[in-house]
Design a protein around this ligand. Sequence first.
Ligand code: SF4
Length: 332
Amino acid sequence: MNGEFSTLLADIKEQILYLQELGAESFNVELSEFDASKFGTQNAAIKNHNKQSAISQEKLERFVPTDFELPKIETAKPKISGSEGISSRRSLLESTKLSRLPSLPKRNSFAAKITDEPASESKMPKTIVTEETPGLFGDVKPTLPEAGETIEDIRLDIGNCTRCPLHEGRTKIVHSTGNLRADLMFVGEAPGADEDAQGVPFVGRSGQLLNKIIESIGLKREDVFVGNINRCRPPGNRAPTLPEAKTCKPFLLREIAVVRPKVIVVLGNTACQNLLETKVGISKLRGEFQDYFGVKVMPTFHPAYLLRDPSKKREVWEDMKKVRDELNKLQG
Ligand code: SF4
């Protein structure tokens, strides 16, 4: 008889779960209406038992209370706006069977474009603008916008730039240089004295060390693309201010959209925080790939810092091994 009761209770449990799925929060059962014959032939044993000893209402109520409050179920409610909403929708989606279906079509949910500034603001650099248009299931993944211009176009636009105060102390504007089809790009902070004199990034002692870092993973300087957040030397080699960095950075972002590297190594705290728009320090971020519009970004220490503290070279070497492995994987 215990087995029959177990079967009956399992059936009831299943019905309760079904009602919960339908949104029922409570229900009321009149046990006087209970008729074992409705449970079908497989429950004939129960009917027989009822004939013999009858399931008393009191006994049954011990198992199935007549005024039954269904337990509350916590359900995740998707938020519908903002980045928090996107991640909520994503986590909700990931928890459903729908997310396990093979290949819903990938949607590029960020429409990006390069804006032409109005004539009255023609001294401001063009900026890359992204518009968030979340997909049906919130599967947003920003990717690099199409450039629609060349490096020469960007140089022409920069011209004899006076958009930020750093132009006052410069000797030469230091543009990015290297392989325009590079898979690997390096981004530093701003030119130093040697770079300012020659108009080429990373040519001083830091540049020589950077060359060794590049060679350590089997590449040459001419294989990669190298640039800085700011193109003019800050006085006294200070770090660029936030407004200075914000003014110059769009040129670099446009170059990234042209070159489309697979991996970017960002060198030092200032470059890292400006490129990734984060306040987290380089010591915490280094060694782990970050994302920049679908491009893998490896933050690591600046060569100038390694010249001051050579003990940090080991960490840079560890970071570069990850870069090498990632490039091999992406090219593979
Ligand atoms: S640092 Fe950049 S924005 Fe500032 S003057 Fe030089 S090129 Fe122009």
